[in-house]
Design a protein around this ligand. Structure first.
Ligand code: NAX
Length: 326
């Protein structure tokens, strides 16, 4: 058999991980022939709960789960890892201001970035899921200067999948048939789901839908507010769909997209008027274990306005964590 790959997952006792860990252990990430060792991180007070999740992992008898490490020390969790899902984050508690939430998370991701820098494999692929995901990824990258900047990404894939599904329903097609859809910007209600380049078997999706008002006034806000709608209905935030999106993101990064576009939050290279280093949702194509931002797309007035609005939010978040990362 192949040597095992090591995958770190933080927030292991939480809701998203209650789905995510089982998907990874089942082989949905690396394939059924690849042994995986899970390295689980959570806070000291959550260790007993993580132990319960580990019992359930054992009770699935997954053939390719080659080991599980449970710890509250990031340097143990991140040692020699090939991939990391940074899911654990500080939720907003009662009376907590947005600025305090930003800072509390900045502290967490500063420590975790430093630990990744010290002990992870040099080509580790990192996906930040914990909110504010883009800014947490920005901090992680800042605090992991010895790792390739491009290897630290944030999750826009749930927004991407939400938009695909809504667009497919409106057009009466399968979401699998939609190509070249993109989500730009922050994982927040300001994200911009862009269908201008999307096609279905060669036909432009905007022509198939033929309802620009619906796209602007219904689709975009609906995708932006989908997380809130799930909370309203379920009393809990998106978990299985978030885990699914995390698998999709990392799976495509590892295995490639055969020329297809997906959306990833990536440190900007300065293209599309997004300042360097800002972690921003962009269309990418993945191949050979790397991603490349789709270059040279035209940006019309509507898109510029939408892209600048979500950028403004990210610049504000960056300013909010200056005290911690400089
Ligand atoms: P839960 O509150 O169920 O679980 C979070 C877990 O993280 C807890 O077990 C907690 O003890 C742990 N944790 C907190 N601080 C930690 C630290 N410093 N190190 C390690 N573990 C730590 O949240 P869950 O529903 O699983 O959501 C996790 C995060 O994903 C939240 O920040 C949430 O906002 C975010 N989301 C991001 C999405 C995205 O598209 N980027 C979508 C889904 C989700 O809302």
């Amino acid at each position: 058999t192949k040597p095992a790959v090591r995958v770190a997952v933080t927030g292991a006792a939480g809701q998203i991980c209650y789905s995510l860990l089982f998907r990874i252990a089942n082989g949905d990430l690396y394939g059924k022939d690849q042994p995986v060792i899970l390295q689980l991180l959570d806070l000291p007070q959550a260790q007993a709960a993580v132990g319960g999740v580990v019992m359930e992992l054992e009770d699935c008898a997954f053939p390719n789960l080659a080991g599980v490490v449970v710890t509250d020390d990031p340097k143990v969790a991140f040692r020699d890892i090939d991939a990391a899902f940074l899911v654990g984050a500080r939720p907003r508690s009662k009376g907590m201001e947005r600025a305090d939430l930003l800072l509390a998370n900045a502290e967490i991701f500063k420590v975790q970035g430093g630990a990744l820098n010290e002990v992870a494999k040099r080509d580790v692929k990192v996906l930040v899921v914990g909110n504010p995901a883009n800014t947490n990824a920005y901090i992680t990258r800042k605090c992991a200067p010895d790792l390739p900047a491009s290897n630290i990404t944030a999750m826009l894939r749930l927004d991407h999948n939400r938009a695909l599904s809504q667009l497919a329903a409106k057009a009466g097609v399968s979401s699998a048939d939609i190509e070249k859809m993109a989500v730009w910007g922050n994982h927040s209600p300001t994200m911009y789901a862009d269908y201008r380049f999307a096609t279905v078997k060669g036909t432009p999706l905007p022509d198939l839908i033929n309802d620009e008002a619906w796209y602007r006034d219904v689709l975009i806000p609906k995708v932006g507010k989908r997380g809130a709608a799930v909370i309203e209905a379920r009393g809990l935030s998106s978990a299985a769909s978030a885990a699914n999106a995390a698998i999709d993101h990392m799976h495509d990064w590892i295995h490639g997209t055969n020329g297809g576009w997906v959306s990833m939050g990536v440190p900007s290279d300065g293209s599309y008027g997004i300042p360097e280093e800002i972690v921003y949702g962009m269309p990418v194509v993945c191949a050979n274990g790397a991603y490349e931002v789709v270059a040279g797309l035209p940006v019309d007035d509507f898109s510029r306005t939408m892209m600048d609005k979500t950028l403004k939010e990210l610049l504000d978040e960056r300013d909010g964590v200056k005290a911690i990362v400089g």
